[in-house]
Write a protein that binds this ligand. Structure first.
Ligand code: XIL
Length: 429
């Protein structure tokens, strides 16, 4: 008697399921206010297993006034993703565009401090919830120079990008940290400039995990699209297609299919995101650049992507990241304890402080920190500081003073000079 055996991988019937069979994600940029449109959300939930906020996690959106953060739309997207088993890409911590007016008018160390504070606070807010952050977006110039784009951020010093990556790592050690750009869809002067930066970061231990290729494409695809992804992967970073959309026309389906095959052929290409769901959701207006038409029907481009996903082989060598294990709170008895983690750069630092309530809980707390000489506090969040040099006392604000036994509150401060060697002491009331 012969046994019938089932062999071969099953073919996924949605983009997300099929990508997942290949160890990857398939995502869409989401306009958060459309989550209440059922025609939109039906497609999103059926087809995609990753999301990114189209605008709502940008600087102008979530820090409209300096130090005043609004994460309501971003939080809404994260909740939707969590409820539907989707991963979240974070877009974007720093960019020359879509900055709030207050930042556009800043320069020098004031802007640098504000930018690093933004990175720290936003990445801290979303800690443990983001698969990958576009830490820096579009910092390289178009054209043949291969150099940086001029911007207010660039004018704070060439090291602004690495300072941002270090601050993001300190704030959310579990998120993959990406550099993201466009017109990098092949080996060209711009992609080579970025390649050289990534190689330099890797050699100096600047924390970078991935490079995003926006891939806003026209009517043809560079023949070395895959080779370009591969050369970045060979530097030891993941690569992701982060904002894919393709001009309509005879080639649209072919280009979508080719991009998908290129990603699957590069073992460190961990996923693809299209920049929207339906053609009418797209920022590209009449280009009809996406996989679903305005009525929500699947286009030929959709079929090309799905077929390419189902035909693909291999899984990324790096597994999707898991939420980092919670750090064990320091032992406490009555009172409270505090620990500090530091993210430093030449001339400044951001300190993140964890306050853990002892067995009796707290009604309020005070943390004293003695700063090294020459250091001073320039900015504090989620606590009120008295003094700025020498011994500085940080008191809880009204929403984070009351802690049950073992509960943790977090606050932070930014300083100039060196913050190395600070030992906080905590007193509960
Ligand atoms: C676009 C959004 O889609 C638009 O709604 C907004 O008006 C402008 O920004 N590169 C990026 C994205 O990194 O953030 C941009 O998104 C598209 C180009």
């Amino acid at each position: 008697m012969t046994m019938a055996m089932t062999t071969g991988a099953s073919a996924g019937t949605t983009l997300g399921a099929s990508a997942a069979e290949k160890g990857r994600y398939f995502g869409a940029a989401v306009a958060v206010n459309k989550l209440s449109t059922s025609a939109y959300t039906t497609i999103l939930n059926r087809e995609f297993n990753s999301v990114v906020a189209e605008n709502e996690m940008k600087w102008a959106s979530n820090e409209p006034q300096q130090g005043v953060f609004n994460h309501s739309s971003g939080d809404r997207l994260v909740s939707h993703a969590q409820a539907n088993g989707m991963s979240v890409r974070g877009h974007t911590l720093l960019w020359h565009a879509q900055q709030p007016g207050w930042a556009q008018g800043m320069s020098g160390s004031a802007l640098r401090n504000a930018a690093i504070n933004h990175v720290t606070q936003v990445a801290t807010h979303y800690r443990g919830k983001i698969y990958a952050w576009d830490v820096v977006n579009e910092a390289f110039a178009d054209g043949g120079s291969g150099g940086r784009r001029d911007s207010n951020l660039q004018r704070t010093g060439n090291d602004w990008i690495e300072a941002a990556f270090r601050a993001a790592r300190a704030a959310d050690p579990g998120a993959k940290l990406c550099y993201n750009d466009y017109n990098t869809d092949g080996i060209n002067a711009k992609s080579t400039g970025i390649y050289n930066m990534v190689r330099d970061f890797k050699s100096r231990g600047v924390p970078i995990d991935c490079v995003g290729f926006q891939s806003h494409l026209g009517t043809s695809l560079a023949s070395d699209y895959q080779a370009n992804l591969q050369r970045f992967a060979d530097l030891g970073v993941d690569v992701q297609i982060t904002e894919l959309d393709v001009m309509t026309g005879g080639n649209q389906a072919n280009i979508y299919g080719a991009v998908t095959r290129a990603c699957l052929a590069v073992s460190r290409c961990t996923g693809i995101t299209t920049w929207g769901v339906r053609d009418c959701d797209s920022w590209r207006g009449s280009d009809n650049a996406l996989l679903f038409d305005c009525n929500g029907n699947k286009k030929a481009a959709y079929t090309a992507v799905l077929n390419a996903l189902n035909a693909g082989t291999g899984t990324p060598t790096t597994p999707p990241p898991t939420t980092p294990p919670p750090t064990t709170p320091p032992p406490t008895t009555g009172g409270c304890s505090a620990s500090v983690s530091l993210n430093s750069w030449n001339g400044g630092f951001v300190a993140s402080v964890k306050v853990t309530a002892g067995s009796a809980g707290t009604n309020g707390w005070n943390v004293s920190v003695t700063l090294p000489s020459g250091a001073s506090v320039t900015n504090t969040w989620s606590a009120t500081a008295s003094g700025s040099t020498g011994t500085v006392r940080f008191a809880n604000v009204d929403y984070n003073g009351r802690l049950t036994a073992g509960q943790v509150a977090e606050f932070g401060f930014q300083g100039t000079g060196s913050g190395t060697g600070m030992t906080p002491t905590c007193t509960a009331s």
